[in-house]
Design a protein around this ligand. Structure first.
Ligand code: HQG
Length: 167
């Protein structure tokens, strides 16, 4: 059975990345929501202490609290349009994208697409990319010539939790 942290993390991902309107929550243009409003509107039992603990212990550092602790947002993974305020930077030579073998044909025809999200997600770490791929099935790892793409004009961003983002 899922523990309360996993359940809370999934709930936060859902409302902060994809569907704030499901609980009538408003995010600002940069993706921040009021923690108090989130607790009030949540359709599960939430407390400030639980939220702070989930933010602090999230294995992928999925969420950030504002300096004053009043606001929370997801660090990446959004399907809704938010401005994370990230600057385009020069990426490492290679980045990795984990996917499933059954998507390879389509990816090689169309290129990597963000699908439902704002960005394609890449990792500097091949093992992490493998874990991401396994979420979808039999994993396949694509090696992205990121630095070359950067010099060709593609804009790479690094989220606060280290995940690389590119359109
Ligand atoms: C695939 C998790 C067919 C793409 C992870 C991927 C990540 C195509 C899937 C984060 C395609 C989208 C994001 C094309 C891309 N044809 N398939 N042209 N282009 N795809 O879940 O990268 O645990 O939206 O390869 O750790 O798997 O939620 O993206 O398989 O960082 O925090 O379409 O989510 O983080 O799947 O995962 P997703 P993703 P969290």
């Amino acid at each position: 059975m899922e523990n309360s942290h996993t359940k809370t993390s999934k709930f936060l991902s859902y409302v902060l990345r994809h569907k704030p309107e499901a609980i009538g929550l408003e995010l600002d243009a940069e993706g921040w929501a009021s923690v108090e409003e989130l607790i009030d509107r949540a359709d599960m039992s939430l407390s400030r202490a639980l939220i702070e603990d989930v933010v602090a212990t999230s294995d992928k550092k999925r969420f950030a609290l504002s300096g004053d602790g009043l606001f929370i947002r997801a660090n990446q993974g959004h399907s809704i349009e938010v401005d994370l305020g990230l600057e385009a930077i020069e990426p490492p030579q290679k980045l990795y994208h984990g996917t499933a073998t059954r998507f390879l044909g389509s990816i090689l025809r169309q290129g990597l697409q963000p699908q439902n999200r704002q960005y394609v997600h890449l990792s500097g770490d091949e093992e992490i990319a493998t874990l991401v791929g396994k979420r979808h099935g039999n994993p396949a790892i694509l090696v992205i010539p990121a630095r070359q793409m950067h010099f060709d004009g593609h804009r790479f961003f690094q989220a606060k939790n280290g995940v690389w983002l590119v359109a």
